[in-house]
Design a protein around this ligand. Structure first.
Ligand SMILES: Cc1cc2nc3c(=O)[nH]c(=O)nc-3n(C[C@H](O)[C@H](O)[C@H](O)COP(=O)(O)O)c2cc1C
Length: 504
């Protein structure tokens, strides 16, 4: 058995998860002599990143090293690199496959650790002057011939041992449980020292304190699904980041013609015609980018409204591009299993009543011998369009709490697939409350909009962040349906003047 299991102080321990709550895990790793790995993705601008890195640099002790994870960086490379250099960052972590915007990274005078999964990536990384590899534990042996130091990614103690025995100089435990399982007691006690009891609890909790969620063969660390939000609110940035944390991230398939990658016909600056509005090629780019950001964690799915033109083509495109789940509402997705065929993709309808679920199950069972892999019950507190009349939206009989028992009873008639609750879920207490009522998890939308990772325009985010409870109103959306959103000048303008025609 490798010596490292018995507190070898020279074993590098790279931070492999983010801390829950307010715990500063980066600083804790540095104080313990570990290798901290803040993520650039979490910083909206280089000035704040620099301040944070400088603050962290002051915490480095003994063998500790301050790294910077560049994976997920979407631009502003120069500013980020300048911030890293000025703060004295000891190493940068990035992937072998670099976008043109990231190429300048190769000239920087800071050691670079490159995350590689196979020989091709390792060859590329070495040719680009990598100083070290970060690789899955079972790949360490086969990558040794490159002669570069390798840090092993370990999901469990067996992998940690495998990586170290194969010659890795350290490992990256991917969950706090491994701190105990791999018996690196001196590092673990240094990490805990000074945290205080509450923070120690917080640190030990890590992922898994809430029940996990299983949908088909997707094993999720948290019972949380981020709802698809169009147009352009949940694309690769948000869905990829949510999935990377072990949840379900949903890319929105509507209006992908507005995505910067879309090369489609435009008129007055807008996508022209159905295939330009929802082009499969843009969905493919978005989905693949989201899957890349997820790095194999959680699940990345696609939200496809039944009501969009080209629904079938969009479903087929999503499957071909690697969607792990398809979530469909705004109508009953009665033919969805037909379009998906034998592909191993979780199918999740969104319903607003037990009756809708019954109709879907009946049809899917009869025609396709298939049932939903999960169902989302979306109540009238949800952001965006409503599956209810304006009167029902304010009728207590239609609160999600009151609808849930009948939906659970309907589910029980068919099987034991999970029921997720959506609409007005805001925090941990809400999640636990709905789970106590029988839900297996939740779908949340609005809560994610104010995040840096969300793909919406910053003005849209600001509007949500500044909104008070009174600003949230039920309104008629521009397409004439009831919707819940923030009251802005747009609504008063729409009330005063007839809405513009959508004709070409
Ligand atoms: C801005 C916005 C856009 C949305 N767009 C869609 C959409 O395109 N398709 C869909 O099925 N649901 C859409 N939703 C609903 C969300 O997926 C989710 O179910 C809902 O936001 C949950 O309620 P919450 O906002 O209270 O968390 C949207 C919600 C918001 C806030």
């Amino acid at each position: 058995m490798a010596e490292f299991l018995f507190a070898d102080d020279s074993t590098a321990v790279l931070q492999g998860w983010q801390a829950p709550g307010a715990l500063d895990l980066n600083a804790a790793f540095l104080r313990a002599g570990g290798w901290a790995l803040p993520r650039t993705e979490a910083f909206p601008d280089a000035t704040r990143l620099k301040e944070r890195l400088q603050e962290l640099a002051a915490s480095v002790r003994s063998n500790g090293k301050l790294g910077l994870d560049l994976r997920g960086l979407r631009g502003g490379t120069e500013g980020v690199l300048a911030a890293a250099r000025e703060a004295g960052v000891a190493f940068l972590l990035h992937t072998a496959d670099l976008s043109p915007a990231m190429q300048s990274l190769l000239g920087v005078n800071v050691p670079r650790m490159v995350a590689v999964e196979n020989e091709d990536e390792a060859n590329l990384a070495r040719a680009q002057g990598a100083s070290a590899f970060l690789a899955p534990a079972d790949k360490v042996q086969s990558l040794n011939h490159h002669g570069l130091p390798i840090l092993a990614i370990a999901e469990n103690s067996a992998q940690a041992r495998q990586g170290m025995e194969a010659g890795a100089f350290g490992f990256q435990p991917r969950s706090p449980a491994l701190l105990d399982e791999t018996s690196i007691p001196e590092f673990t006690s240094r990490l805990m020292y000074g945290l205080g009891e509450a923070n120690e609890m917080l640190l030990r909790k890590g992922p898994g304190t809430m029940p996990r969620l299983r949908i088909r063969n997707l094993d999720l660390s948290y019972p949380i699904q981020q709802g698809g939000m169009g147009v352009g609110v949940s694309w690769e940035g948000l869905a990829g980041a949510v999935a990377r944390e072990g949840c379900v991230g949903l890319v929105s398939a509507i209006g992908t013609g507005y995505h910067p990658s879309a090369r489609t016909a435009r008129r007055f600056g807008r996508p022209d015609g159905t295939m330009s509005l929802n082009p499969p090629a843009a969905l493919d780019t978005i989905l693949r980018a989201a899957l890349e950001r997820a790095e194999g964690h959680g699940a990345v799915g696609v939200n496809i409204l039944c009501a969009i033109e080209g629904y079938e083509a969009t479903v087929r495109a999503a499957v071909a591009s690697g969607a792990q789940m398809i979530v469909s509402g705004a109508g009953l997705p009665l033919a969805l299993p037909d379009y998906v065929g034998d592909a191993d993709v979780a199918l999740v309808p969104i319903v607003s009543s037990a009756r809708a679920l019954s109709v879907i199950c009946k049809q899917w069972q009869r025609k396709y011998n298939r049932l939903p892999d999960a169902v989302v019950l979306e109540g009238p507190e949800s952001g965006g369009h409503q599956g209810f009349s304006p009167e029902q939206c304010v009728d207590p009989a239609f609160t999600v709490e009151n609808l849930l028992p009948s939906v659970l009873a309907e589910r029980d008639k068919w099987g034991d697939f999970p029921v997720l609750v959506a609409g007005g879920v805001w925090d941990r207490a809400d999640i636990l409350r709905f789970m106590a009522l029988g839900a297996s998890g939740v779908q949340m939308g609005t809560r994610f909009i104010g995040t840096f990772e969300c793909d919406a325009h910053s003005n849209f985010k600001e509007t949500i962040l500044k909104a008070e409870a009174d600003d949230i109103v039920l309104m008629k959306s521009p397409v004439g349906m009831p919707a819940r959103g923030v009251r802005t000048a747009l609504q008063s303008r729409m009330k005063q003047a007839p809405r513009p025609r959508f004709a070409a």
